[in-house]
Design a protein around this ligand. Structure first.
Ligand code: PAF
Length: 287
């Protein structure tokens, strides 16, 4: 079983001791909100390969949820997560309480104009402030050498990369490609909200990426055309009740008119009452 820490002071002490005992001990860090899935396991696997010790944090961060969002019903099962961490060979799990993380609610705000105010930021105001605050706090607590973020939350990855660059935070951010179920659905803790019928409809997201990629490969490089095709395809499916956005951007999230290899499709879609996000790197490769 991994060492489980609930208190900031305790994990800080542990990390300090580990770093004192060994020369140049590298610490890999996988921040999560728990309810671990195959995507998290890939992050952990890579961290284990690249570092001497691997720390996983499990904390459903209230600051990144808006009013009326799913904070209360977000799936939580620490025992199950600990088992999975044990199987994966994780060394340390940090699972703080709300009181431990936020003795007082932070009043500092973090904004990255042009990055936190678009896409997810538009539909979830305050979300990236909450993400940035908790990620910075966790970095300051764990002091990792490397930290692992899935490309599934592509905008989050870009926000964290920029924060680290702008604030000279001594950590290397390692992006990890999205892990999909065999049928193409991106792994997400929120997939548990889907009924079997909704889950079937949710596959439309992956299929719409393949459709757009096919159009692109056939010589259609106009972003507006690809976005329209994706929208129409998604809305044909039962349970796809609302589209927040379908956007095509370059790798730094700037919208493009003409699509080229390496650009990203980003979507946020409601399937039933569940809001799913996903993204896709456009390429000439066969899938
Ligand atoms: O991606 C997530 O699970 C969360 O946004 C993160 C990075 C753990 C911060 O709460």
């Amino acid at each position: 079983m991994p060492r489980l820490f609930r208190r900031i002071k305790e994990i800080r002490g542990f990390i300090r001791d580990v770093k004192c005992e060994g020369n140049n001990v590298s610490v890999g860090f996988v921040p999560t909100m728990g309810y671990l899935h195959k995507g998290h396991m890939e992050l952990i696997k890579l961290s284990k390969l690249q570092n001497d010790i691997t720390v996983v944090s499990i904390y459903v961060n209230p600051l990144q949820f808006g009013a009326g969002e799913d904070f209360d019903r977000y799936p939580r099962d620490l025992d199950r997560d600990l088992e999975l961490c044990a199987e994966a060979g994780v060394d340390v799990v940090f699972a703080p309480s709300d009181e431990e993380m936020y003795q007082e609610l932070p009043i500092t705000k973090i904004e990255i104009p042009g990055l936190t105010d678009k896409l997810e930021g538009l539909y979830r105001p305050g979300h990236f402030n909450g993400v940035a605050i908790v990620v910075l706090k966790l970095f300051n607590i764990v002091q990792p050498t490397r930290a692992y973020f899935g490309e599934k939350d592509y905008q989050q990855l870009k926000v964290v990369e920029r924060l680290v660059k702008d604030l000279s935070i001594p950590v290397e951010i390692i992006p990890v490609p999205t892990v999909r179920e065999e049928d193409g659905l991106a792994c997400s803790s929120r997939n548990v909200y889907l009924s079997p019928e909704e889950r079937q409809s949710a596959l439309a997201i992956y299929k719409s990426f393949l459709l757009a990629q096919k159009l692109f490969q056939g010589g259609n490089t106009e972003a507006a055309l690809l976005k329209q095709a994706i929208r129409e395809f998604l809305l044909k499916h039962p349970h796809v009740s609302k589209i927040d956005y379908v956007e095509i951007t370059d790798e730094n999230l700037n919208p493009v008119n003409e699509v080229k290899e390496g650009d990203r499709i980003l979507v946020a879609v409601y399937v039933g009452n569940t809001r799913l996000i996903d993204n896709w790197r456009i390429s000439h490769e066969e899938v």
